[in-house]
Ligand binder design. Structure first.
Ligand code: PAZ
Length: 413
């Protein structure tokens, strides 16, 4: 039977095409079992559960992967948001890129905050017990209060089973597990929230076109050629219409020179449609993120995503200002709402560009700022070193509560 061209396929056909042609991750069953037990516990307690996705997905170039394409995301947004969701009483499934930032431990991990800098060796005990040359390792006095606070919150979350950590690495692992997790969340009904902050690859190499072994950068002797069991894309003599070749605007034409590695990537199917319309529980809330670098595009792209997938909220952010401002784009009034950390409370960021704050909004409003202060936002003096997630999550929780109330109201009529 001839299959439809991708643009004519229904979302359900695209789903089966993808999941039938790519291998499920080895960890799928184990993660499903962990998630099922976690969800059951919180269904029983009638507690809200948020699935936070965090960090970037990789795109392997070889099946036995030596090289892969990756992206910038460190998982700061996801890990920080997870802490604020826990503070709001949610249980959190933290579905994250392996080795990216984690809730709580993020305060003391990775190169900028090496945990060793927080410690010192104290003087050996004066009581004479223990080795006089070996003082106990302690947290430096200036970090005691902050670390105690973080440690208490972390231990509370662990002791009360409020946080489930599930890792992914590749785009394929992400998609298989996202589908399973969303389906497992069905019994949560309106208590389920999806907070999709991961930076998911837009392009990938399908399994049937992926090299088995490490791609070679120099010619091999003839007797070693074709013994590698590669699914070499160059054997495919099907001609592709130039219209179908996406160059990302970088090259007018695909290069034809030799000695270049040309990687032929397919677009990753857009599964948000299926999440909203099939996998996620009815009445649950779905929030996606939209990242752009061009201020002129941000609001437009967020609005387009909202229209296309008919979900509940798109949170737009610019790469350069994401730690200080985001825009909530909703299907209902006020449609576009900016949340900003006040100027005096912005953390310093080496990668950010503070002079770009406001550009995405100002351009759109032709010089007029449409920024609204988040309702109930603490006063400026109370906002020492504010993380923008501390403003985003309470606003989101209000929207989720409104959705639940509406749903309940609708049922009782
Ligand atoms: O992980 P991080 O804090 O460095 O970055 C967060 C983010 C920019 C990846 C996230 O806020 C986001 O926009 N995620 C969606 C990206 C996208 O697919 O458009």
């Amino acid at each position: 039977m001839a299959s439809n061209a991708p643009e004519e396929m229904t979302p359900a056909e695209i789903e089966s095409g993808y999941f039938n042609n790519n291998a499920p991750p080895k960890s799928l069953h184990k993660h499903e079992a962990l998630a099922r037990a976690f969800i059951d516990l919180h269904v029983e307690a009638n507690r809200r559960v948020v699935l936070v996705t965090s960090g970037g997905t990789t795109v392997p170039l070889e099946n036995q992967t030596v090289r892969f394409i990756d992206n910038f995301s460190a998982g700061t947004r996801g890990a920080t948001s997870a802490e604020y969701f826990l503070e709001q009483g949610y249980a959190v499934i933290f579905f994250h890129r392996q080795y990216s930032l984690l809730p709580y431990s993020r305060h003391y991990s990775h190169s900028t905050n090496c945990f060793l800098d927080f410690m010192e060796e104290a003087a050996p005990s004066s009581t004479g017990s223990g080795d006089p040359d070996h003082g106990p390792i302690v947290v430096r006095s200036e970090y005691q209060d902050e670390m105690r606070d973080v440690l208490r919150k972390y231990r509370y979350a662990k002791r009360n089973n409020r946080l489930l950590l599930l890792p992914f690495t590749t785009i394929s692992e992400y998609l298989f597990e996202l589908r399973s997790l969303a389906q497992l969340m069905q019994p949560l009904k309106t208590n389920a929230l999806f907070y999709l902050a991961a930076a998911v690859s837009d392009f990938f190499i399908p399994r049937d076109r992926m090299a088995e072994h490490k791609i070679q950068s120099s010619e091999l002797p003839a007797h070693l050629l074709n013994k590698q069991g590669d699914n070499d894309a160059s054997n495919n003599d099907e001609t592709i219409d130039p219209e179908d070749i996406y160059t990302g605007g970088i090259e007018a034409q695909p290069p034809t020179h030799s000695k270049k590695l040309i990687i032929d990537l397919d677009p990753v199917p857009k599964f948000l449609h299926r999440l909203v319309d099939g996998w996620a529980p009815e009445g649950s809330m779905v929030v996606s993120f939209k990242l752009e670098t061009d201020p002129n595009l941000l609001v437009y792209k967020a609005q387009t995503a909202l229209k296309r997938y008919s979900h509940h909220l798109v949170i737009g952010n610019l790469l350069s200002t994401r730690k200080w401002e985001v825009v909530f784009v909703t299907p209902d009034a006020p449609y576009e709402r900016w949340i900003r950390v006040p100027k005096s409370k912005r953390s310093k960021s080496l990668s950010g560009a503070e002079d770009q704050v406001g550009l995405a909004e100002i351009k759109k409003a032709e010089g007029e700022s449409m920024a609204t202060k988040a309702d109930g936002q603490p006063s400026e003096t109370a906002l020492e070193g504010v993380e923008i997630e501390s403003l985003i999550i309470p606003e989101l929780v209000k929207l989720h509560s409104n959705m639940i109330a509406k749903h309940e109201g609708g049922k009782s009529q």
